[in-house]
Design a protein around this ligand. Structure first.
Ligand code: BF8
Ligand code: SF4
Length: 645
């Protein structure tokens, strides 16, 4: 097997599997996301600043916020309006993506409850009953399926217009709910907030940029305390509550002698049936007949996170690895559902024997084979797709196969219920450790990869700086793979943490970086924050918590950032949002929100500097709670500065 040193590609990523496969891609004549980013240079300055508008055909318009160019679009919209409208539409798109994913799971729950599918069953009746109680559904004497059907029917109302308040938002502390009420941002129906956002931002409707952004907040909250939370909670009820377990990561999880199937996208409905189908004896026998030792599944992106959390299925990579997984030449089939799937994977697959199979009728990929997914015939569809992979194994070209690294171990499965169980049933031990200062605070590092940033550098450097300063890190989404591959998510990584955090981790046998799941599972962070705040009798904004999205790219990340800040958690972004064309919007996001929501955004591409901002914030919050605190101004920048690209 050729050994690819990856020399020449070390600027693109911190990880050896990426370097090697970028070199192989070059040799195989395959174009990647990094090549296309280069072809796009220079990218449009107006769009980067958020001051271009193509909402109507009097435009497209551009506003020049610095020079002598036009200061208004054809309709008269200025930079503030245009930037606010663009940002609000990003929130609506992201919130819609998460919430529509939640809707698909909800429909599946309804079908299960009505006895219309036997593809899934209720895997966690306790969670189902807890949810039913939150929705005011009597459960005594009722069968699980009946509860499921009634609960699903009730949650469908969350998407409509009868609700004045989303029921799951009642999990937030009272003080937080009062802020939402006062600012008219308490989320009502999920679809309603999203549609109203689109309405308001069409030409000639809401032209008060503050008013637009406030509704952006409401829309994001309908995601965080609505659509995403529904996706997470119902996935737990249907597919099982994640519990701690070991798994592995990077391209080394692909097996040279197995049929390899990559699960890519976000919705676990399909991947759950693929996981079951891959254990089907007939298909395993067929794999053997075709010369393979077995059938191996590996995840990419958030579908990967879902099956990793619940089933311990290993993860081949995060967002920027989707093309490179195919470049190994060892993938028989990549099955995709929706979101974050680059259309380019179909082109990449053409250079190898890999089949790309799309499955959701709302997410088709020209050039891919489409097998329409339907939860009522889930298992047959799952088997059909696994069979396609097995039958494709003999077409593999041995000379093209290159699995460049050994896999790395990591620990996964930290649902909030599992964390509480590890703590003995209550958040009190965690609170005690925070009060004593053994743990200074907790930070959620979330979100994507973006080829504008050296892959995984933002996530891993920030994580290291935080844990070595006794700050517990929880991760979701693509940040998980970055930290997992860097060896930060095994119990032994406690040695890389400061003395306080290290002692807590060793006592509990957990890593200093906990995997909470996929991007819809950021709602687990909200639930944990609410539980801590409610136990202490304070608002979330009083807690020594922060969020960070060091390498974000997606509209979904904008929705997440907005609901996290609107829930009272300070959030640092690593990539620059397209808002800098409006100093007013920037001032509101980075300062003004504090007076209303008790939290703001910050933008800091350098993870070392981001760590300083977060540590200062955490110490300020500690002081506010009268906990032993370090003087924030004494926390200086570390000496080494990093080259980001
Ligand atoms: O929902 S972290 S690149 S995979 S958007 Fe996409 Fe970003 Fe990854 Fe998951 Ni989330
Ligand atoms: Fe131009 Fe106004 Fe139309 Fe936007 S809405 S494209 S700024 S005319």
């Amino acid at each position: 097997m050729t050994v690819f040193s990856g020399n020449g590609f070390k600027k693109n990523s911190i990880h050896a599997d990426t370097w090697a496969m970028l070199e192989k891609a070059r040799q195989d004549g395959v174009e990647t996301v990094w090549d296309r980013l280069e072809q796009q240079q220079p990218q449009c300055g107006y769009c980067s600043l958020g001051t271009s508008c193509r909402i109507c055909t009097m435009g497209p318009c551009r506003v020049d916020p610095f020079g002598d160019g036009p200061q208004k679009g054809v309709c008269g919209a200025d930079a503030d309006i245009i930037v606010a409208r663009n940002l609000a539409r990003m929130i609506a798109a992201g919130a819609s993506a998460h919430s529509d994913h939640g809707r698909d799971i909800l429909e599946a729950l309804y079908l299960v409850g009505e006895g219309k599918t036997d593809t899934y069953k209720i895997n966690d009746p306790a969670k189902l009953k807890k949810l039913a109680a939150e929705y005011g559904i009597e459960t005594k004497g009722k069968k699980d399926l009946k509860i499921a059907s009634e609960l699903a029917w009730e949650i469908m109302e969350d998407y409509g217009m009868r609700r004045e308040k989303l029921p799951l938002a009642a999990r937030a502390p009272k003080a937080r709910q009062e802020i939402w009420e006062k600012t008219s941002t308490y989320p009502r129906g999920i679809d309603r907030e999203n549609v109203e956002m689109l309405h308001r931002t069409t030409m000639g409707v809401d032209n008060d940029w503050v008013n637009i952004l406030l509704h952006g907040v409401r829309t994001s909250l309908s995601d965080g305390w609505g659509g995403s939370m529904i996706a997470t909670e119902l996935s737990d009820a249907l597919f099982g509550l994640p519990t701690p377990k070991m798994s592995s990561m990077n391209l080394g999880v692909l097996k040279a002698d197995h049929v390899n199937i990559i699960l890519h996208g976000h919705n676990p409905m399909l991947s759950e049936v693929i996981a079951a189908a891959s254990q089907d004896q007939e298909l395993l026998d067929l794999a053997k007949e075709n010369g393979a030792t077995g059938i191996n599944l590996a995840g990419v992106c958030c579908t990967g996170n879902e099956v990793l959390m619940r089933r311990g299925i290993p993860m081949a990579g995060n967002h920027l690895m989707q093309e490179l997984a195919i470049v190994t030449g060892a993938v028989e089939l990549m099955v995709v559902d929706y979101q974050c799937i680059m259309p380019s994977v179909v082109e990449t697959a053409k250079c190898y024997h890999t089949k790309v199979v799309s499955t959701f009728d709302k997410a088709k990929f020209p050039g891919a084979e489409h097998v329409s997914f339907d939860p009522q015939h889930g298992m047959d569809i799952g088997k059909k797709i696994v069979r396609m992979a097995v039958e494709n194994f003999p077409k593999r070209v041995g000379a093209k196969v290159n699995i460049p690294v050994e896999s790395v171990q990591m620990m996964t499965g930290f649902s909030i219920e599992a964390i509480l169980q590890a703590l003995g049933g209550t958040p009190q031990p965690l609170i005690d450790a925070i009060v004593k200062g053994q743990i200074r605070g907790a930070v959620g590092i979330v979100g994507c990869n973006n080829p504008k940033i050296k892959q995984d550098l933002g996530h891993t450097e920030l994580t290291k700086r935080l844990i070595e300063n006794d700050i517990l890190v929880v991760v979701t989404g693509c940040a998980t793979v970055a930290d997992g591959k860097a060896g930060l998510m095994v119990p032994e990584a406690a040695d890389k943490a400061g003395p306080g955090l290290s002692a807590v981790c060793k006592a509990l046998g957990i890593p200093p970086v906990l995997h909470l799941g996929s991007c819809v599972d950021n709602t687990r962070i909200l639930v944990l924050a609410a539980a801590l705040a409610n136990t202490l009798g304070v608002d979330i904004s009083a807690l020594p918590l922060a969020g960070a999205a060091p390498e974000w790219y997606s509209e979904k990340a904008v929705a997440i950032g907005a609901y996290v800040v609107a829930s009272g958690i300070y959030t640092v972004l690593g990539t620059t949002p397209p808002v800098f064309g409006s100093p007013n919007v920037v001032k509101l996001l980075t300062e003004g929100l504090d007076g209303v929501f008790g939290a703001t955004f910050a933008v800091e591409p350098d993870p070392n500097r981001a760590a300083v901002l977060i540590r200062r914030h955490i110490e300020k919050k500690r002081a506010g709670l009268n906990l032993p605190a370090i003087d924030p101004d004494s926390i200086g920048l570390p000496e080494a500065e990093l080259a980001l690209v």
